[in-house]
Design a protein around this ligand. Structure first.
Ligand SMILES: [Zn+2]
Length: 84
């Protein structure tokens, strides 16, 4: 008699924790899929933009006299024979 009650309690507990585990797994999977979906949307996260490059980065040119790289609009390096 006692073993019957114990077995019933064990079966109910197994079902209870099984459902809890299954719902937790489904919740985690849903969260991960939502994160991947938001990442796939363009512009949602940080991304490289061309206008940033145009505003903040300059091409450098090598001075053949002093062998330094300078921005082309930075002017002469100070030597008399500098072509810039
Ligand atoms: Zn120079």
């Amino acid at each position: 008699m006692f073993t019957k009650i114990l077995l019933t309690v064990v079966v109910v507990a197994l079902i209870w924790f099984g459902f809890k585990y299954a719902s937790r797994v489904a919740e985690l999977r849903e969260k991960r899929e939502a994160r991947e979906r938001s990442r796939a949307v363009p512009g949602a996260g940080p991304s490289f933009r061309d206008e940033v490059k145009a505003a903040g980065v300059k091409d450098l040119a090598k001075c053949p006299v002093c062998n330094t790289f300078r921005a082309t609009d930075a002017g002469s390096c100070g030597r008399r024979d500098c072509p810039y």
